[in-house]
Design a protein around this ligand. Structure first.
Ligand SMILES: Nc1nc2c(ncn2[C@@H]2O[C@H](COP(=O)(O)OP(=O)(O)OP(=O)(O)O)[C@@H](O)[C@H]2O)c(=O)[nH]1
Ligand SMILES: [Mg+2]
Length: 248
């Protein structure tokens, strides 16, 4: 098992500028105290990159731009914001008096947040391997973006103190196949994003969230022997659709 934290620490040490990737749907939840602290300690520049922005309304960008500095909104899927991100990287380097070319830029964040996908969008080719399942990148990889910037991909890491598996499943760090309590995850999702799940599956919103999952099972013909709705299967399907960005 490679030591992911060692790779992240080495990357912070080697890079001139670090990008911390945050999921646009879960900006606060994907903030990463431990990484932010380490970057500060090393005196390096940190740029917050809110990715998967195709999954949220445009208005939400303004709120985070006021709160996080510097902060760039991107979508690897739609290839949005990549030019602004490149300009921000070069501007921050200039501000800090970093003259090295190519600049070394490290990409950090929770597992599955979209680090490798962003690198591909920036470099314009499938240089980094990506996956719907978290924990995909297992080593560091150096990718040349252009003459001025070289990017380092890293494996996703979870803060030491973060033991909340429900939250980690919502973030996508624990994937839908590995969730131990998928119904709890779905209920929390429905609490965090009122009406979103219900609207996507066309079922009625109810205070009884277990019943909502049942309705999704019935609607999707996910039944167990004896004609009972298969809650576990329906809940996993909801998590899969959430994690793969189908539910907006
Ligand atoms: N909708 C949407 N999905 C994205 C975007 N970027 C990445 N994804 C999806 O998010 C999932 C994870 O992407 P990766 O790029 O492999 O994430 P990662 O952070 O490198 O993951 P690890 O290497 O496992 O830490 C994949 O299913 C991607 O298709 C985006 O901008 N929009
Ligand atoms: Mg990756």
């Amino acid at each position: 098992m490679p030591n992911f934290w060692k790779i992240v620490n080495d990357t912070i040490h080697e890079a001139d500028i670090l990008l911390l990737l945050l999921d646009a749907r879960l900006v606060e939840e994907t903030r990463h105290e431990e990484i932010e602290e380490k970057v500060r300690e090393e005196g390096k520049v940190l740029i917050y990159v809110v990715t998967k922005s195709d999954l949220v309304k445009k208005e939400s960008a303004e709120k985070w731009k006021r709160k996080l500095h510097p902060c760039v909104f991107v979508s690897a899927k739609e290839r949005l914001g990549t030019t602004i991100l490149r300009e921000t990287i070069l501007m921050e380097a200039k501000r800090k008096g970093i003259v090295r070319e190519p600049l070394i830029v490290g990409v950090l964040g929770y597992p599955n947040v979209g680090k490798s996908s962003l690198i591909n969008a920036l470099s314009g080719r499938s240089a980094a391997s990506t996956s719907i399942l978290s924990g995909h990148t297992r080593g560091s990889q150096k990718i040349r973006m252009d003459n001025r910037i070289t990017i380092l991909d890293t494996p996703g890491v979870i803060p030491m103190g973060d033991k909340d598996r429900v939250k980690q499943t919502i973030i996508g760090t624990v994937d839908f196949t590995k969730s131990k309590a998928p119904d709890m995850v779905c209920m929390e999702l429905m609490r965090m994003f009122p009406g979103k799940i219900e609207r996507y599956y066309g079922v009625e919103a109810s205070d009884d969230k277990e019943k909502t999952i049942e309705d999704v099972a019935i609607k999707g013909k996910m039944m167990k022997k004896g004609g009972f709705p298969d809650i576990d299967r329906a809940a996993r399907k909801i998590i899969k659709d959430w994690q793969s960005g189908k539910i907006k």
